[in-house]
Write a protein that binds this ligand. Structure first.
Ligand code: DGL
Length: 270
């Protein structure tokens, strides 16, 4: 009954943590493509190749359902994978749709035509590749009309967090928020569209001000996965063992993951 969680590296552990807390009975298999991270500065073709390779590995580990925790992979590769690559008996789901459903106050799978929603001005913070894909705006346009989205590519933030340099990460977040506010002075909501940004949520909220509702994806994705599995119980794959797989050096990745999550995690070679 295992479910796969794919990420470019360590950031998806924020999502893994939330889904494991929400669904403690499910063994999750985590795949971190640390050898090729970060994805946020790669082109769409590259992200597609790497993501499909990782998802195949998770299928091999008995996960018929794979969640792309990585926003960059969800933005740059998911639609193409769903349209022409994922076999009928498997599923690959991304992190944007649950977030947009929360933003537009829709129930899961509500496919009714786009309609006006309460929020009109949305700031999106994401990696350069996610911003370039415009996937967020496209998915939003299927569900809501009249919403103005201003996207800010947050160069450097992922690297600073991965290096453990939280002072630099905070300075970069504040400067990206300033840049966003020059383009959109009064956003009503902000979407943290990257696996790493929940770790900086307080800084985003502080820099944006208390009047801005900040949407951070880990808990939203966990809720949406619980709902999905209730309606599609057969998508729990045959795997029965939780595992942490990495394409990087397992010892180094385990040490960094332990710092990142503040509990010991042992990765093995993918
Ligand atoms: N996991 C990526 C995302 O959520 C961030 C890290 C990267 O650039 O690979 O967009």
């Amino acid at each position: 009954m295992a479910v796969g969680i794919f990420d470019s590296g360590l950031g998806g552990l924020t999502v893994l943590d939330a889904v494991s807390r929400r669904l403690p009975e499910i063994p999750f298999v985590y795949y971190g493509d640390n050898a090729h991270a970060p994805y946020g500065v790669r082109d769409a073709e590259d992200v597609y190749e790497l993501t499909t390779r990782g998802v195949e590995r998770l299928w091999k580990a008995g996960c018929d359902l794979v969640i792309l925790a990585c926003n960059t992979a969800s933005a740059a590769a998911l639609r193409r994978m769903q349209e022409s690559w994922v076999p009928a008996e498997k599923r690959v789901l991304g992190v944007f749709v649950p977030l947009i459903e929360a933003l537009t106050e829709r129930q899961w799978g509500d496919n009714s035509p786009p309609r006006e929603v309460a929020i009109r001005h949305v700031a999106l913070f994401a990696t350069p590749a996610t911003v370039a894909s415009r996937a967020f705006q496209r998915e939003l346009a299927f569900r809501a009309i009249g919403v103005d989205v201003e996207a800010q590519a947050c160069g450097g933030v992922v690297d600073a967090i991965e290096e453990g340099d939280m002072i630099l990460a905070e300075a970069l977040v504040r400067s990206h928020v300033d840049a966003l506010k020059r383009k959109m002075p009064d956003p009503q909501a902000a979407v943290l569209g990257c696996t790493h940004y929940p770790l900086m949520e307080e800084v985003f909220q502080d820099a944006l001000g208390p009047q801005v509702k900040v949407f951070s994806q880990a808990d939203i994705v966990a809720e949406s996965l619980a709902d999905y599995l209730q309606r599609h119980p057969r998508m729990r794959g045959p795997g029965d063992e939780a595992m942490y797989l990495t394409t990087g050096d397992p010892g180094r990745v385990s040490d960094r993951a332990t710092q990142f999550l503040r509990r010991r995690i042992e990765f093995v070679a993918a």
